[in-house]
Write a protein that binds this ligand. Structure first.
Ligand code: ZN
Length: 101
């Protein structure tokens, strides 16, 4: 199978309700970081947590795009964070992201 087509198939399979961790690790071999981010975004649009092995649904999403931390006075972009049900999934997903561009 052509590599690009294969990657698309893999992204599609990451949109299932719950993806096994082994499967996700396997998938990382065939997709780029951009592919993975697409999957995360698609999942969040479908109101599923962006981290593919997390079975949680997304609850109320923060409506603001930026959040200012009052302690450090830093501005955080919430665009990516709001694709996940929790900080735990956000971090796990970030760590998982394929290194291929
Ligand atoms: Zn989650």
């Amino acid at each position: 199978m052509e590599l690009k087509k294969r990657a698309l198939k893999v992204v599609e399979s990451l949109l299932e309700d719950s993806v096994a961790e082994d499967f996700l690790v396997d998938c990382a071999k065939f997709i780029t970081r951009a592919n993975y981010r697409d999957a995360v975004e698609e999942r969040s649009i479908a109101k599923m947590c962006g981290y593919p092995i997390c079975p949680n649904k997304l609850g109320k999403m923060p409506t603001q795009q930026y959040k200012i931390c009052t302690k450090t006075n830093r501005v955080y972009d919430m665009t990516e964070r709001k694709c996940f049900c929790s900080n735990f999934c956000y971090k796990a997903s970030k760590e998982f992201e394929p290194s291929k561009h």
